[in-house]
Design a protein around this ligand. Structure first.
Ligand SMILES: NC(=O)c1ccc[n+]([C@@H]2O[C@H](COP(=O)([O-])OP(=O)(O)OC[C@H]3O[C@@H](n4cnc5c(N)ncnc54)[C@H](OP(=O)(O)O)[C@@H]3O)[C@@H](O)[C@H]2O)c1
Length: 286
């Protein structure tokens, strides 16, 4: 029996990857949820998933967390700026434990992208390649939930406000990315493959239309300058560092760094990505 491990299993994507593995008839007993806080994982334990402590900052926990694991879903950490060191700990523990394959959640065109988040993913991809462990790179695009998570603010403001202009954004739902991950984890022929994963592209004006349709409100897209965008974030209470970082990401978005014409996601999941309107509706009714 192949043993699978999923890091970041108490996070949003990790939980969905475990759901997708179970839906693909992988037994709960064959899944190890690697989490830094086991108290958050009681629900997983109740479902029969093995829960082990594994903190990217504590190599000793990673060694025991990955013992006996064949196939590792390595979900990138959330502490921007710390991740190359942390991810190096995970890769080294996987190598020492004899893991047979690592699937890693990277970002679109990690090796060439100007995206502010790309350098840590590029460096992690290099560490994985250098480890000699067979890999599958899941270069995920943006989550639609990055936008639908702000539905309440859009409705309050009466508009979607951004500085992305008419750039196309090939975002997809976390559930679609999780399904693609489960496909490559459980399937054959994904060794050393690099997948550029994106959904059906949309511009923010189309996103605003989807919000209008679902909420029966007239919500437009108001494009502002990057400076106005950053000032808006500061006025909303974000600190200078975070506002600057998010403004840089918005500039990346405007430059097309979140777009892809790749069909890899639809090919892996065997269907088109979840339609934008459906994703907005799910957030609206949640
Ligand atoms: N494609 C996109 O649009 C997008 C957007 C945001 C992030 N991301 C990337 O995709 C990853 C997964 O997304 P998500 O939505 O599932 O994020 P999330 O809900 O924040 O999950 C991140 C997971 O990483 C775990 N983690 C963070 N630091 C860790 C450490 N030092 N040791 C062990 N585990 C650690 C967290 O543990 P806890 O549960 O204990 O907090 C959490 O389970 C993110 O971490 C980030 O790298 C992608």
């Amino acid at each position: 029996m192949t043993t699978y491990a999923v890091t970041g299993a108490t996070g949003e994507l990790g939980a969905l990857v475990i759901d997708a593995l179970l839906e693909r008839e992988i037994e709960a007993a064959a899944i190890v949820a690697v989490v830094r806080n086991t108290a958050k994982a009681a629900g997983l334990q109740e479902r029969g998933v093995t829960v082990r402590e594994g903190d990217y900052d504590k190599p000793e926990t990673l060694a025991s967390a990955l013992a006996g694991v064949d196939t590792l879903m390595f979900i990138s950490g959330s502490e921007v700026g710390q991740r190359v060191r942390q991810h190096g700990n995970v890769v080294e523990a996987a190598r020492a434990a004899g893991v047979q394959r690592i699937a890693y959640t990277s970002v679109l065109r990690a090796d060439t992208s100007d995206l502010a988040l790309a350098p840590e993913h590029k460096a992690t991809e290099a560490l994985i390649r250098e480890s000699g462990i067979p890999f599958t790179l899941l270069r995920n695009g943006w989550y639609i939930e990055n936008y639908t998570g702000q539905l309440g603010q859009y409705l309050q403001a009466g508009a979607v406000i951004g500085a992305a202009g008419d750039a196309r954004i090939a975002a997809a739902t976390r559930a679609d990315f999780a399904e693609a991950a489960a496909v490559v984890l459980t399937g054959e022929g994904h060794e050393n493959a690099v997948y550029e994963l994106g959904g059906t592209p949309f511009a923010m004006v189309e996103f605003a239309s989807a919000v209008s349709e679902v909420t029966s409100r007239s919500i437009g897209y108001r494009n502002v300058t990057l400076d106005e965008y950053k000032q808006g974030l500061l006025a909303a209470g974000l600190d200078e560092g975070m506002a600057g970082f998010l403004a840089a990401l918005e500039a990346n978005t405007a430059a097309g760094d979140l777009d892809t014409e790749s069909e890899d996601l639809a090919k892996l999941i065997g269907r088109p990505s979840t339609p934008l309107t459906e994703a907005v509706r799910a957030a609206h009714t949640a």
